[in-house]
Design a protein. Sequence first.
Length: 201
Amino acid sequence: MCPDSATGTGFAPFPPLFLFNVIVGAKDFFLEELPYSLIVYYVVFVSCAIVFIPFGPFCIAIGFIFGVYWGFLIQMGAIFLSSAVLFVIGRYLFKDYVNGLISKTDGSHVWKGLMKYMGKDWKEAAKINVLLCFMPVPYGSHPYLFSLTSVPFEQFVVFFMLGMIPNTVLNLLIGAAISEAAESDGINVYHLIGTGAPERT
């Protein structure tokens, strides 16, 4: 996600920590009510992405609940669904509105120039797509921006998801480490990384 999508500030109407606490507090619900709890999670995640709520708290909380492996599969599914919904909104449903929002930003002239450039060379579009995942822009703005270009959805989503992998894994590792540190008989991950020797907490 983009750094903002990974840790982000964005335009969240309430503190990201609140989201994390709610999801972590519902750990038993998530584990006991599968797969329905995941459907609820995906709906909430997509809804929050539409209004630029940061990606990071969700990802960390999923790492806390499901660990890195299952958390990665769950979160990549959430990224795919949210990017598809935002792309459709920006390209087909509310294109004029989204274009107006982008035009009001400070860097609108830069983005409009890139839009024309990306339409001519898919390789450069792919590079910009991946690089934007490491830029401090809100998670939801990324699919919106590409929805205004001539880049096909299939091309966008492949490179977008590739670019999101590093930040996703990092946040999942943080969540998993918090979960393990919270266990009274767990191995302290931070000690293990720092010394290479396990230590009981």
